[in-house]
Ligand binder design. Sequence first.
Ligand code: 5AD
Ligand code: SF4
Length: 443
Amino acid sequence: MKCCIVTLGCQMNQSDSERVRSVIEGMGYEMTDNEEEASLIGVVACSVRQKAIDKVYSKIHKWNQWKNSRPLVTFVSGCILPADEVKFLKLFDLVFRMNELPELPEMLQQCGVATEYAARHLLDGIERLDERTDFWQVDPIYSSSFEAYVPIQNGCDKFCSYCAVPYTRGREVSRASEDILAEVRRLVEAGVKSITLLGQNVNSYGLDRKGEEISFAELLRKVGEIGNACEQEFWVYFTSPHPRDMTRDVIEAIADYKCLAKQIHLPVQSGDEKLLRRMNRNHSIDAYMKIVDDIRELLPTATIFTDIIVGFSGETDEQLQSTAKLMEQVGFNMAYIAKYSPRVGARSARWEDDVSPQQKSERLAILAEIMKRSSLAHNMGMVGQTFRVLVDGADKRFDGALTGRTEGKLPVRILDAPEGLIGTFQNIEITSAAELSLAGKIA
Ligand code: 5AD
Ligand code: SF4
């Protein structure tokens, strides 16, 4: 019995998949990457990305044709909008919500009647998404031996007007800190080198269970203590925080512990306050810059990454210029710049998408140029110095080279290095720098 799991989405979906895999292996299935030899095919997908959903449709039609010639059961889960769930019910044997994962073996056994089973559950409504506790009890089968994601929270209460996540994943729920810390401890003991704490809105961790649960800064400190108490070298990241909940004590915690990586991903989305209000982000530019100043003061070596949306409904050229100015001021090491696209379910989907595709491309190019310039300036300053690098793979575009990342998550091409180093830390002397990347050799 073989099962193939197809993951189409972000790190959170990948992390969810690791737990799905664990339950399915527990049922006696062997995993395969080859859909053609699987008798069970599962999709973990994300409705927030239209491309992912389009791909699900093209794949399920193909799989349903295969059913004419061989036995095959299909299921789908992930962060799926209710509207897509209803459509998937007709196409898949089973649609379930991630919080129902512990019941998956039972649901699969009932397959055939499973569509009805799922339908009954879907009718219970979005509140059911809150019940993640049992899901988190499932031990994942990690896809890498040296890098791991640890979910600390699910869902989001922020309701940014462009975003569908609060509708696909429901309200914010924090995972018990004891469980998070136990998982981190296990990973460290197993020799994992990079751990990313995951959530839609990580720094509001614990706020849904005030008085019962610790804060995000306290959670980071406890993770930091795990690092201090052992010999192992490892880096802990988190993604993504919201500027509104980014308190100075979070940055102080990172400064105080060696294992807390000096890298901050802080989505800004826009450099214009009026647009930020329209996006329902509700923070000022001054507040954002104050966080950046705190980072520069307390974590002088930290890299700063961000997310930006161009061409949001109503965005003017002047507003784009404000974003450009903010980018110049901060000097981001990386900016994931996305062209706005309306997402079903999100509030802004009802507003006019009034920036033309061509304008969106032009605006993206303007910001990408600033991004490249600031990254190059930063990377040039690294040439000649030696940095700790986590070697993470073979370089597909350069024979004999490996790839790795610095603590600040800057990608490094490591020349003339043996594959046996993958999954280890190495001291790398940086020999050259380019926009968005570095190259070096083992020191
Ligand atoms: N259009 C474009 N980008 C979006 N993002 C979220 N929703 C949209 C949308 N409707 C981007 C944001 C967010 C990142 C994960 O995806 O920048 O931070
Ligand atoms: Fe929540 Fe806003 Fe992030 Fe969407 S973009 S997950 S609504 S904080």
